[in-house]
Each structure stands twice: as structure tokens, then as C-alpha cells.
Design a protein around this ligand. Structure first.
Ligand code: ADE
Ligand code: ZN
Length: 328
């Protein structure tokens, strides 16, 4: 099944670009900027990756970003990911970025988006991987700061497909950002939002995301299975769910494969993604392999997961159809 997964044209829809910062690039960027890291090599960096919950992961994730400072840094980060994507036959990716994690350190918004966008252009031209950016707001920071970030993004809107919401969910429900997402929608952005797995008030957060915010997609959203009304709403609206099994394993102790099987059986548009692959040590092919193994997926199941993914992309219909035809 590994060879089948390797050859399958794939789509990645839940990937934080800052979560693709591999230890080797971290060291290279630290050297570029004369930053002394307390690690003597990639293995030492990896050995310090100890997390068993979302907050314990996020602490390490934000710390790691300090080496990202200039436009070429962001270009190199994006390019390194897109090379990996090309190696795994990822044909299309929608890529999250966290501008507040950089602007709060004094890195200008334009530096971040210029570097990432240049990487995306070259990724398509040189590697044949098409991609778009999704700007995420940090939900554990004030809603006013998210609104400021939204306004700062408007001059760059032609390079951003939509907006999302990530970081620590505890005590930070979708409703906190209702005005921000309403304005984002009015400005023409598509909307998605993390509803992380097994969070406090998980089903209420999913309800708010669907009914109060009107999201176009849900990132994770596994706990929707606990409420038949949420399942019905997701089905009626044709909402996609971007599930990340290996990430789930680290953050909750379970890959949630059983729930993925149930989503497939219910006919929901579930997709398999990698979240923060440099930290969780699995890109999309490894995530598909884990689920294929745990659920004994057939080739048809794996094709269906990719069909779901291309179907829920934020691409024009004719482009989607082109990718879907590759799966026939
Ligand atoms: N930001 C980066 N990775 C994240 C995750 N897995 N959950 C929430 N916010 C994140
Ligand atoms: Zn995520």
C-alpha cells in the first residue's frame, strides 16, 4: 500500500508552514543570523520535541520560529516544504501561515507574505506543485489584534485565498472572532477554522463555527461525531473536514482512525493531512499510511480520501475537475 500511496496524486489542506521548519533548516537559519541555538545538531533539536498536548506543542512551535526573520528565510521555508510535497506527489496544497507569530517579533507582514508567495510561485513553476496561502489568526491573542491583522492583509489580498483560526483553543471559542470573520467574509476571503480534537466545549465550538461564523471548511472537527445535529449540518452544507492523524496521536494520544472510518461511512468529506510535519514527523504520505494501516483501507478508500480533498479545495471548478480526472 505504501507504493500505491506514493503514486497517488495528493492534496494537502491542513499544513502550517511554520510547522514544516525542519531542524536542519532551523540550524541553517540560526547560522545565517548569528543566533546561538542550544543544540549541536538536528538530533539534539528533535530530542527536545516533547509534547503531549496542544499547549505543550505550541510552546515549542512558537519558540522555533525565532530564526525566521527575513524574506529569504520565508522563501526558503516555503521552498523546502514544496520540495518535500513534490517528492510525495502532492499536486496541490493550501498552506496556513501565522502572521501574528512574526509581526509580534517585529517582522513586517510584507516580509512574511513576500517570501512565502515567491516560494509558492517557484513551487508551481519549477516543481509543478500548485498552492495557495491561508492566513490564520491566533485565537489566544485578542480579537482586536486579529482585526488589525485582517486589515493589514488587505493590500496583499490577491495572494491570500482565505483566513483560518489556530493556536490554543482553550477559552478561545469561534464566537470571540465573529466580527473578524464577518469582515473577512465581506472582504471576499473564504473561511476556515480549527476545531481541535477533544478540546473543552468541542461540540459547542463546532456549532459556532458552522452556524454563527458560517465557515466554508472545518480544520479537525472530529468531535462533530458526538452530535447528530452537527453531522447533519456538515453533510447538508458539504463541509470538508481536514483531519490530521499523526498530530492527533501526539496531542490527544489517539490518531482517531476509528472516527475517520465513521466519517467515511457517513459520507462526510473527510481528508487526511499533516498539520505540523517537521514536529510530528509525518508528511501527508505518512499520515495516509498510518490510517491505511490502522483501518486496513482499500485502494478505493485512499482514492476517495483524495477525491474528497480535491473536491473541497478553494480552487475554480474547472481546475478541481482537472485534478479529480487524475484520480479516475
Ligand atoms: N498552530 C500550529 N499547529 C497547530 C495545531 N495543531 N493546532 C492549533 N494551532 C496550531
Ligand atoms: Zn492545525
Amino acid at each position: 500500500m505504501k507504493d500505491f500511496i506514493a503514486g497517488l496524486p495528493k492534496c494537502e489542506l491542513h499544513l502550517h508552514i511554520e510547522g514544516t521548519l525542519e531542524p536542519s533548516l532551523k540550524l541553517e537559519l540560526a547560522e545565517r543570523h548569528g543566533i546561538a541555538l542550544p543544540y549541536d545538531g538536528p538530533d539534539a533539536i528533535r530530542a527536545a520535541y516533547r509534547f503531549d498536548s496542544l499547549p505543550s506543542f505550541l510552546r515549542i512551535y512558537y519558540e522555533g520560529m525565532d530564526v525566521l526573520r527575513t524574506e529569504p528565510d520565508f522563501y526558503d521555508l516555503g521552498t523546502a516544504y514544496l520540495r518535500k510535497a513534490a517528492d510525495q506527489n502532492v499536486r496541490y496544497a493550501e498552506i496556513f501561515f501565522d502572521p501574528q507569530a512574526h509581526t509580534s517579533r517585529g517582522v513586517p507582514f510584507a516580509t512574511v507574505i513576500d517570501g512565502l508567495h515567491r516560494a509558492l510561485l517557484d513551487g508551481e513553476r519549477l516543481l509543478g506543485v500548485r498552492s495557495q496561502l491561508i492566513m490564520c489568526f491566533l485565537r489566544d491573542r485578542p480579537a482586536g489584534e486579529a482585526m488589525d491583522t485582517l486589515l493589514a492583509s488587505l493590500p496583499h489580498q490577491d495572494r491570500i485565498a482565505g483566513v483560518g483560526l489556530d493556536s490554543d483553543e482553550k477559552g478561545n471559542p469561534p464566537a470571540k472572532f465573529a466580527a473578524v470573520f464577518e469582515r473577512a467574509r465581506r472582504e471576499g476571503y473564504l473561511l476556515t477554522m480549527h476545531c481541535d480534537v477533544d478540546q473543552d466545549d468541542a461540540t459547542e465550538h463546532i456549532r459556532q463555527a458552522i452556524h454563527d461564523i458560517g465557515v466554508d471548511r472545518i480544520d479537525h472537527g472530529v468531535n462533530a461525531l458526538e452530535d447528530p445535529a452537527l453531522i447533519a449540518a456538515i453533510k447538508d452544507r458539504g463541509l470538508g473536514l481536514t483531519v490530521c492523524p499523526i498530530s492527533n496521536g501526539y496531542v490527544t494520544g489517539s490518531t482517531k482512525s476509528t472516527q475517520i472510518r465513521r466519517m467515511l461511512d457517513l459520507g462526510l468529506r473527510v481528508t487526511i493531512n499533516s498539520d505540523d510535519p517537521a514536529y510530528f514527523m509525518g508528511y501527508v504520505a505518512e499520515n495516509l499510511a498510518v490510517v491505511a494501516d490502522e483501518l486496513e483501507l482499500t485502494k478505493e478508500d485512499l482514492v476517495l480520501l483524495q477525491r474528497n480533498a480535491f473536491e473541497i479545495t478553494w480552487l475554480p471548478r474547472d481546475v478541481k475537475d482537472g485534478y479529480l480526472a487524475e484520480l479516475d
